[in-house]
Design a protein around this ligand. Sequence first.
Ligand code: ASP
Length: 329
Amino acid sequence: MKPLSLAALLFITPIVSANDIAIAIHGGAGTITRQSMTAEQEAAYRAKLEEAVKAGYARLQQGASSLEAVQTAINVMEDSELFNAGKGAVFTWDEIHELDASIMDGRTRAAGSVAGVTQIKNPINAARAVMEQSVHVMLSGSGADAFAREQGLDMVDNSYFDTPRRREALRKAKAKMIKNDHASLWQQHRDYKMGTVGAVALDKQGNLAAGTSTGGMTAKRWGRIGDAPIIGAGTFADNTSCAVSATGHGEYFIRYQVAADICARVKYQGKTIEQAGNEVINGVLNADAGEGGVIILDSKGNISMPFNSEGMYRASIDKNGKVSVQIYR
Ligand code: ASP
């Protein structure tokens, strides 16, 4: 067969059209009101959210994958004391930090997660390594820490995650806990877990990804694991429906499979992400006192960020390049 000329090759090479890109992030939901924040605190949150969303977006502009963008944005928040993820994670009852994270690829539905890890500086990086470098989806505890070390990820002493603010939150939570009754703690001290981080992104190839990273809930015990590392509960991505990252009272998000339910409504009922998110967050969850919110992105670049709490730290850059940073309702 005659080799093809350069001109012919160019002609038959499909022109990869650059799809719309978009990204949305959250930094936790809860009782966040104007009255409860000083001007300095608000400015600090806004600046960090903007930095994180722009860092992720820059990766998308450079042609990086949505997974890369999600990881980049989450790393910025994990490295900030403001959020309950990585540095600044909440304390457990035993006064250490146990971190959860997960990531999912909407193109292949590959996923990775780590739960209850104590020495990985950026748990979202470990979740990605589980997805790409192991045959598993979920690793936990000391095994997950060992895996991350073998993968050459940055490891830290558990005290690296300490912050005075979270220590004070633990002190208050312990004082209010009646016989380890988490339900009463939830009512009395509703901010004891605020600050989980997450991101969803759409890349130039039209692929979605989602990721979530958290320290869980203040004063958690007995190896408690929340929704963040559970695929379908705190994180979900599928190019044929949507990408979701959640934040809120994890026990409810697990029981109602929040992230997967939203995407299922989009996929099988033809709902928009706005309708589906609203039904689950303000209907299903609200009816059962499940406080929290989600960020949702579909493959056309539509963004929705519903929450049923008083506030949710959130930011996005939509398909037109419009930047938005918001905190309150
Ligand atoms: N969902 C997290 C958990 O239950 C906490 C949060 O998002 O605020 O561990």
